[in-house]
Write a protein that binds this ligand. Structure first.
Ligand SMILES: Nc1ncnc2c1ncn2[C@@H]1O[C@H](COP(=O)(O)OP(=O)(O)O)[C@@H](O)[C@H]1O
Ligand SMILES: Nc1ncnc2c1ncn2[C@@H]1O[C@H](COP(=O)(O)OP(=O)(O)O)[C@@H](O)[C@H]1O
Ligand SMILES: [Zn+2]
Lengths: 250, 250
């Protein structure tokens, strides 16, 4: 299939591909993916960020580039650069930002292949892929067509409910023979700014339990922090690096 | 198609159908769906809970019925009852709870139709449907095949990122001519138990802003509360009712 070949050709010019995933929604996949991309760009690497969470395309807002759209140069369509990062997301293709993406499986698959095959990403050191929750069409399209993925970063929160779904994502990665780089536990605890009390709002040790069970590395435990949420809402991820010890777990 | 007809026949015996959805993951859809179901059952109504979040089936654990499976009586397959609520979820059909559901769109569609058409739900006063994030196959299957849905409950958190995706879900509901019962804002604030300080961890007024913009009712603002999370992790939703003013927003 020509679309798959074009997408595979694009990937040949990209040294490292990292998939940020989780079986569970709302655990912080986009937050981790965006900050990983920014951290790598700050080190001077050529970084691309592909948002394959087609229904919930949040990375452009988080990076602060709501107005940047893909643009045509000759025959090529180029990804816009935001904060030095090349970004492609369904949010850039909507006539109106508030309209839903109402696609069934097959359309999602061809959209992902087009985002890779029809966009001139050029040479990249890293391509970070932000995924939707679940183990459906989007992830299958990536894992079935690209065999040289460096690995997955799997994000969880400490809660038992989150572990249930994240465990499925770990087994999915294994099933598809995709290396797991490690686990990231997000929203590990909250420290009250007023009195210093530490609150384990979403529970404790979800990341540790899964890391031990599957012999994975727990790369980082990121606390709940208002600055993280407000930076992402305002599109200022770089400012997030002001709290280096809680940032990109890499 | 015979499957659709069977599913539509099942729905004829159900008085009210409520779809709990959100464009965003991890905002508390399952938490709201499970507690709404429990609240209705506590009032003596006949309630069913259908989990169409096929990849992230959490409602059975939250209800406390991990071991309850669908069972055969004559020609019928009956949904198990947990806490007086009939429940069907993909988690009941897995050989091993940790294995992922690796289905593409068409399989998801037939699974949902089978969950309705091949299961003997009997007469119900309410069927609550817990949805995955996004506006893809699962929601399309429900909205395209069942025209007598009472309405959707749309769950958001206060954050701007969450509003982006939830706004798409609102427009999707409108696009499909499905009534919106109202918005529920979850994780509105956190009160430190030690010093009483109120923390707006995920921002403020996301629910109000959307409710005003789309002329919807903001049914409830549920605070972040450790008891809510630990009850759901332990499968004791009824205990949650110990804090009536923050519970099911109905
Ligand atoms: N450590 C954190 N502290 C506070 N808020 C966070 C943190 N991580 C993520 N968030 C917020 O939680 C919400 C969900 O995060 P997001 O990255 O969108 O998750 P996902 O991509 O898994 O759906 C967003 O509003 C985000 O700003
Ligand atoms: N108000 C709340 N306070 C504390 N934890 C909550 C609250 N609402 C939901 N949670 C927890 O947040 C996580 C996400 O909730 P869940 O209902 O699974 O969301 P969704 O169905 O939208 O993915 C779960 O671990 C749940 O226990
Ligand atoms: Zn305090």
């Amino acid at each position: 299939n020509a679309m798959i070949e074009k997408a595979q050709n694009t990937m040949k010019n990209i040294s490292h591909k990292i998939v940020v995933m989780s079986g569970k929604g709302g655990v912080g996949k986009s937050t981790v993916a965006v900050n990983l991309a920014v951290a790598l760009a700050l080190e001077g690497r050529k970084v691309g960020l592909l948002d394959i969470d087609l229904h919930g395309p949040d990375v452009v807002r988080m990076l602060g580039g709501n107005s940047a759209k893909p643009y045509q140069v000759g025959n090529d369509v180029l990804p816009p650069e935001i904060n030095g990062i090349k970004v492609i997301s369904t949010s850039q293709f909507l006539k109106d930002e508030t309209s839903p993406i109402v696609w069934r499986g097959p359309l999602k698959t061809s959209a992902i292949l087009e985002f890779l095959g029809d966009i001139a990403w050029g040479e990249l050191d890293y391509l970070i892929m932000d995924c939707p929750p679940g183990t459906g069409d989007e992830l299958l399209t990536v894992f079935q067509n690209f065999k040289d993925i460096d690995g997955t970063l799997i994000v969880t929160t400490p809660s038992v409910v989150s572990q249930d779904d994240v465990e499925k994502a770990i087994n999915f990665s294994k099933m598809m023979n995709v290396n797991i780089l490690g686990l990231v536990e997000n929203m590990s605890y909250f420290v009250c700014e007023k009195c210093g009390e530490k609150h384990y709002i979403f529970g404790q040790d979800g990341g540790k339990t899964l890391a031990e069970k599957y012999n994975l590395e727990l790369l980082q435990e990121i606390p709940i922090n208002k600055i993280i949420r407000s930076n992402m809402d305002k599109g200022q991820p770089a400012a997030y690096f002001g709290i280096p010890d809680t940032v990109a777990p890499f």
